[in-house]
Ligand binder design. Structure first.
Ligand SMILES: [Zn+2]
Ligand SMILES: [Zn+2]
Ligand SMILES: [Zn+2]
Ligand SMILES: [Zn+2]
Length: 308
C-alpha cells in the first residue's frame, strides 16, 4: 500500500507544471488572490513593484500562464515559458524567432516570491515559496475532489457538498442513512464480468458520507471481487474511522476490517492496493449457493469512529 504515493508528481517536470497552471488560471480564484509577499528587494524597497505588476511580469507572452524557471525571452525581451518557447515559431508580440535566451532576472524574481496555495478559496491558509507551492498543491488537503462514482470516468469535481448532490441527481446513487448496512449483489452471469466496478450506495453517518464499492477484476489470473469503503473527505479525517465488511454462507465467513480511504484516492488506487475485502470468485459463487453460475452475495457492513 502506498497512500498518496501515486499522486506525487515531480515538480521538476516543468511542462506539466505549466499545463497545471493553465487550469488554475482559468478560475478567477487565482487572479483574485494577489501575491502576499515579494522578497525581491532593491534599495530597501519592493523593487518588483506592486503585486499585480509582478503577476503581469511573470505571465508568459504566449500562453498567459504564470512562468516558472527556466524562463526565456525573445530577442526583444518578451518573456516566454519553457513550454511555449519550444512550441511557438515566432514571438506572439514582436514576431521574432524566440531563440534560446534565458531571462535570469525574471527567474530570480520568481524564485524570491511566496504565494498562497491555489486552494485558498477552499480553505487552505498556507503560503509557499513559488516552487514548492506546486508540489504542495498536488497534495493539498483542500484540493477539490473528483466525482467518486466508479462506473464511468466522470469529470465533475468540487467539494463534498456539491459531489453528494451530484451523485444523487446525476448518477442516481442510493443514499442511505445509518452506519450498519446489508447489501445484496445479484449478478446473473459472473463469468462475463472480468472488470467492472459498482458503487451502489452512499452512507450518511457521523455527519460524513461513505461510498461502498464492489468491483470485479483479475488478480493475476484469478478472478476476484473486492469490496471497500471510501470516505468523502480528506485522508486525515478518513483515518478517524473504521469499517467492517462480511460475506458468507454455509457456515463459512470472510470478514475484513479496514480504514476507509479518502476519495482523493481513486477507486482504482484502492483496488490495486487490495485495501478491502477480497473474495475469490469461486468462493463468492460458493457463498451464492445454487449452481455456481449466479452471484448472490449478501454483504454486511458497519462503520464506526475510532476512539482517539
Ligand atoms: Zn507559455
Ligand atoms: Zn518578442
Ligand atoms: Zn493548500
Ligand atoms: Zn459524477
Amino acid at each position: 500500500m502506498d497512500p498518496g504515493g501515486s499522486n506525487y508528481q515531480d515538480i521538476g517536470d516543468s511542462r506539466s507544471a505549466y499545463t497545471d497552471y493553465g487550469i488554475a488560471l482559468q478560475s478567477a480564484e487565482f487572479t483574485n488572490s494577489p501575491f502576499r509577499k515579494s522578497t525581491a528587494v532593491i534599495d530597501g524597497k519592493h523593487g518588483a513593484g506592486s503585486n499585480s505588476a509582478v503577476h503581469e511580469m511573470l505571465k508568459c507572452a504566449a500562453c498567459m500562464n504564470l512562468m516558472y524557471p527556466p524562463i526565456y525571452q525573445c530577442p526583444n525581451g518578451h518573456a516566454l515559458c519553457e513550454y511555449c518557447k519550444s512550441k511557438v515559431l515566432v514571438c506572439p508580440i514582436c514576431c521574432h524567432e524566440p531563440g534560446n535566451i534565458r531571462c535570469l532576472a525574471l527567474e530570480k524574481i520568481a524564485e524570491s516570491l511566496e504565494l498562497p496555495c491555489r486552494y485558498q478559496f477552499y480553505g487552505c491558509q498556507d503560503i509557499f515559496p513559488y516552487h514548492t507551492r506546486l508540489q504542495h498543491e498536488q497534495n493539498c488537503r483542500f484540493r477539490p475532489y473528483n466525482c467518486p462514482y466508479a462506473e464511468s470516468e466522470c469529470a465533475v469535481t468540487g467539494d463534498i457538498h456539491k459531489l453528494v448532490a451530484h451523485l444523487k441527481d446525476h448518477h442516481k446513487v442510493d443514499m442511505h442513512d445509518g452506519c450498519v448496512f446489508k447489501h445484496r449483489y445479484d449478478i446473473p452471469n459472473p463469468q462475463e464480468v472480468d472488470n467492472a466496478a459498482w458503487m451502489l450506495r452512499v452512507f450518511n453517518c457521523f455527519d460524513h458520507q461513505f461510498c461502498l464499492h464492489f468491483e470485479a477484476f483479475n488478480l493475476g489470473l484469478a478472478p476476484v471481487y473486492i469490496a471497500f469503503i471510501r470516505f468523502m473527505g480528506d485522508d486525515d479525517d478518513a483515518t478517524r474511522f473504521r469499517y467492517s465488511l462480511e460475506v458468507g454462507g454455509f457456515g463459512r465467513k470472510l470478514t475484513w476490517q479496514g480504514v476507509p480511504r479518502s476519495i482523493h484516492f481513486t477507486h482504482k488506487t484502492v483496488r490495486d492496493s487490495l485495501d478491502g475485502l477480497i473474495i475469490h470468485r469461486s468462493m463468492a459463487l460458493f457463498f451464492s449457493g445454487g449452481d455456481m453460475k449466479e452471484l448472490k452475495l449478501q454483504l454486511v457492513g458497519r462503520i464506526w469512529p475510532e476512539p482517539l
